[in-house]
Design a protein around this ligand. Structure first.
Ligand code: MLT
Length: 266
């Protein structure tokens, strides 16, 4: 783990390997260790950078009670500046995907290719927004145990809950180690995120979309929408995985990712 000062934050990140840079953005309420298996595999051929987004993992909490997807995208761009990475293959899972879309909109030229995993282009519904505030209050008042309890059943596929105790423990541990104020700020940030559905046609980069067949939070239908909107994009459905497909089925997820990266080579 390394730390850089960017935009008033002490930003922690993992870095491994050499070659074309790949920047991987974690989902909510996780941290950079979400990408452990991908970092290990991809670092054989690429320079992999996985930051802890604003407030998460070992990155300090920013000012204000709302962490927008644009703020997080600007943090990532500033970290890339620090690391002398002009352009990267950018990947994000769920909230990381929201940040990746915001990044692509703000800094399109810095994106060599895009990986959107278990995510969606829509903004929240009215009901979804209200629920974010309830969750933010719960995180602050009751702590991350309450958030883990609320989220765990929906995060992972039934088969993962039954047969993969290590994945269950890893996901729970990431949630429990998250700072409540970071979770609350990100929830409020996700609640006000922009709808990218009609913007997706502006994505000109090669794009891989990955989704677990059992993803309840951002179901395969959302990925189908993105595939329909992003010209030439590829969709890989990971059978039997839920919302955290890269942790639930790392072998299949890595195979999809590795193939995509290989096909990108000039
Ligand atoms: C995530 O996994 O990042 C979140 O579940 C996304 C969301 O709540 O919209």
């Amino acid at each position: 783990m390394a730390v850089r000062s960017v935009r008033g934050l002490e930003m922690a990140y993992e870095e491994a390997g050499r070659g074309v840079p790949v920047v991987l953005l974690h989902g909510f309420p996780f941290n950079r260790t979400l990408w452990r298996d991908q970092t290990e595999t991809l670092s054989a051929t690429h320079r992999v950078v996985a930051p802890d987004l604003r407030g998460f993992g070992e990155t300090s909490v920013g000012e204000g009670d709302t962490a927008t997807m644009e703020e997080m995208a600007r943090d990532v761009a500033a970290l890339m500046d620090e690391l002398k990475i002009e352009r990267a293959i950018l990947g994000g899972l769920s909230m990381g995907g929201y940040v990746a879309l915001a990044f692509c909109r703000l800094f399109s030229r810095r994106v060599r290719a895009l990986v959107l995993a278990d995510t969606r282009p829509q903004s929240d519904t009215e009901e979804g927004r209200a629920n974010r505030e309830v969750m933010a209050r719960r995180a602050l008042d009751e702590g991350m145990g309450a958030i883990a309890e609320a989220m765990m059943p929906k995060l992972l596929a039934p088969a993962t809950h039954m047969k993969n105790p290590q994945a269950v423990a890893r996901v729970r541990e990431m949630i429990l180690s998250t700072k409540p104020e970071a979770a609350a700020a990100a929830l409020r940030g996700m609640a006000v995120r922009q709808d990218h559905t009609n913007w997706l046609q502006n994505v000109l980069q090669p794009t891989l979309i990955v989704v677990g067949s059992e993803d309840q939070l951002t179901p395969p239908a959302d990925s189908e929408t993105m595939r329909g909107e992003i010209r030439g994009s590829r969709l890989e459905v990971i059978e039997g995985a839920g919302h955290v497909s890269n942790v639930e089925r790392p072998k299949e997820f890595n195979a999809a990712l590795t193939k995509f990266l290989k096909d990108l080579q000039p």
